[in-house]
Design a binder for this molecule. Structure first.
Ligand code: HEM
Length: 148
C-alpha cells in the first residue's frame, strides 16, 4: 500500500462519518424533531456528533489537500478552472467554504435562540450542509476518472 492509498482510506472513512452522520440527522432525527416541534432532538444529536463530526471534517480537509498536492493541484494552480481534476478540487474548496458559512450561521445565529417556532431555520441549515456533503462525495467520485 502506498502512502497516498493510506491517506485516501482515511479520507473515505472521514467522508463516511461526515456524510453518513448528516444523512442520519436529516433522514431520521430531523423529521421527528419537526413533527414534535422539539429542537432538543436535534441539539442532543449535535452534542453527541460534534467531536466525531468536526474531527472527520478536519481529516477530510487535511487528507484532501494532501492528495490534491500529490496530483499537482497546489495553491498556485487552484481556482483556475482549467483541468478537470483541478476544477473538482476548486469546487470542493468552495463547497467547504459554504459549509463553514452554514456552521457559523448555525452556531452564532440559529442555535442560541432555537425554539419550537424557529426550528425550520435549523432544518434548512441541516438540509443544506447534508446536500453539500453529498455533492462533495459525488465530486470526489469523479476524480478517479480525471474530474469534470
Ligand atoms: C465533505 C467533504 C468531502 C467528501 C465527502 C469527500 C469525498 C470524497 C470521495 C468519496 C472521494 C472518492 C475517492 C475515490 O474515488 O476513490 C474523494 C476523493 C478525493 N478528494 Fe474528497 N471529499 C471531501 C473533501 C475534500 C477536500 C476538502 C479536498 C481537497 C481540497 C478533497 C480532495 C480529494 C482528492 C484530491 C481526491 C482524489 C483521491 C484519489 O483518487 O486518489 N476532498 N473525496
Amino acid at each position: 500500500m502506498t502512502l497516498h492509498h493510506f491517506i485516501l482510506i482515511i479520507h473515505l472513512l472521514a467522508a463516511t462519518i461526515w456524510v453518513g452522520g448528516h444523512l442520519l440527522l436529516a433522514i431520521c432525527y430531523l423529521p421527528t424533531a419537526l413533527k414534535k416541534k422539539d429542537p432538543k432532538i436535534i441539539l442532543n444529536f449535535e452534542k453527541k456528533f460534534e467531536t466525531l463530526g468536526m474531527s472527520s471534517l478536519v481529516l477530510l480537509i487535511v487528507t484532501g489537500i494532501w492528495m490534491a498536492y500529490d496530483f499537482g493541484v497546489t495553491i498556485e494552480t487552484c481556482f483556475h478552472f482549467k483541468s478537470g481534476f483541478e476544477k473538482v478540487v476548486s469546487l470542493k474548496l468552495i463547497l467547504l467554504f459554504c459549509t463553514f458559512i452554514c456552521a457559523v450561521c448555525a452556531q452564532f445565529y440559529v442555535i442560541p435562540n432555537l425554539n419550537e417556532n424557529n426550528i425550520k431555520k435549523i432544518a434548512v441549515i441541516i438540509l443544506t450542509v447534508t446536500s453539500i456533503g453529498v455533492a462533495m462525495l459525488v465530486l470526489g467520485s469523479t476524480l478517479r476518472y480525471g474530474g469534470i
